[in-house]
Design a protein around this ligand. Structure first.
Ligand code: NAD
Length: 308
């Protein structure tokens, strides 16, 4: 079965402001039936966090803006690009760190606690699944909440580094910028600013610090990939939420689910690379669809309990 319905206006940001039709109950019913056959795996991406105010890369609104995320080799070898990274990150951090989980994150945490879903495999680096209460999250691309020394491996919380960044570069706060994906900010930086910017170094050894995330040009650690494959192997179905799957890093798990012939449900605004593999596709906002699913599954759990 492959079902599709459009419930959303052109942009998730418009959608956040305009009243919408509630998700089609027939589709929610079909989604619930598809997932209720055992314990389902979950794969999430940037789209699950746009309703929390964190932009994605390839949503209807964001893909119009050209974006070149920093490559690992540039970060390592080019001091000016590294300064630009931290300068943008310093401005973007308060809003990124201040974002709260939305109904979609909360629903997934509840499904995990009820034992009907595994903890999410996420491509996100925002920590919102954990803040919603999910316990066994696989962070494929790491987390922006940690910073790692590339020399001695010391981990420092990003919140502490923020205090050091502000202390050594208070003049940067005079600039305002819009929050970008991955916790950075849209800031046109002048060369003289970059030369003036003091890049913090490791507190223990003075080494180069890097956010504990997988940059472009780096690979996801092998053990993490294997752990995620194992979750797909154990699952009765796969629920994909808020990802274009343009990046192979996430797409490979949908392929594995398809090879195993387990049902695949996709909840997304806009098309994804795996639409052709999906058993059910719901075009809608993650928060609304998962909240409707949560209510439906809880009602059927209560029914089952009453009948026993
Ligand atoms: P993506 O930007 O390629 O795709 C996001 C998809 O979600 C788009 O198709 C978009 O239309 C859809 N979407 C947006 N809002 C939605 C909503 N409310 N409900 C349902 N769907 C919605 O993101 P990706 O596939 O995750 O790949 C981007 C990479 O960038 C990831 O690897 C991730 O590490 C990183 N990233 C992370 C964050 C974060 O941590 N929050 C944010 C931006 C980018």
């Amino acid at each position: 079965m492959r079902t599709e319905v459009s419930q959303s206006p052109a942009s998730p940001y418009d959608a956040a402001q305009t009243p919408q039709e509630p998700p089609d109950p027939h589709l929610i019913q079909a989604l619930g039936e598809l997932l209720a056959k055992g314990r389902f795996a979950v794969l999430t991406g940037a789209g699950i966090s746009t309703e929390s105010g964190i932009p994605d890369y390839r949503g209807p609104e964001t893909r119009r803006r050209a974006r070149n995320p920093i490559r690992f080799a540039d970060y390592l070898n080019n001091d000016l690009l590294r300064a630009r990274y931290w300068m943008r990150s310093m401005l973007g951090w308060p809003r990124f760190a201040g974002a709260s989980p939305n109904q979609a994150h909360l629903a997934l945490a509840e499904f995990e606690a009820q034992g009907i879903a595994f903890g999410p495999i996420t491509q996100n680096v925002d920590g919102l699944h954990q803040r919603a209460g999910s316990l066994s999250v696989i962070e494929l691309h790491g987390s922006l909440h940690r910073v790692r020394c590339l020399n001695c491996g010391l981990i420092e919380p990003r919140s502490l580094l923020q205090a050091r960044l502000v202390e050594t570069n208070p003049w940067v706060l005079a600039h305002t910028a819009e929050l970008g994906p991955d916790g950075d900010a849209d800031l046109e930086s002048e060369r003289e600013w970059l030369e003036r910017f003091v890049i913090p170094t490791c507190l223990r050894c003075g080494g180069v610090l890097k956010p504990d995330v997988v940059f472009f040009g780096e690979n996801v650690p092998h053990e993490r990939v294997e752990q995620a494959y194992k979750r797909i192997e154990q699952a009765s179905a796969l629920l994909v939420v808020g990802t274009s799957l343009a990046v192979f890093s996430g797409y490979r798990f949908v392929r594995r689910a398809w090879e195993r012939s387990i049902p695949i449900a996709i909840v997304n605004l806009g098309s994804t690379r795996a639409d052709g593999l999906a058993t059910l596709r719901i075009e809608g906002k993650a928060g609304e669809v998962l909240e409707a699913l949560r209510k439906m599954l809880n009602a059927s759990l209560r029914n089952d309990a009453n009948q026993q």
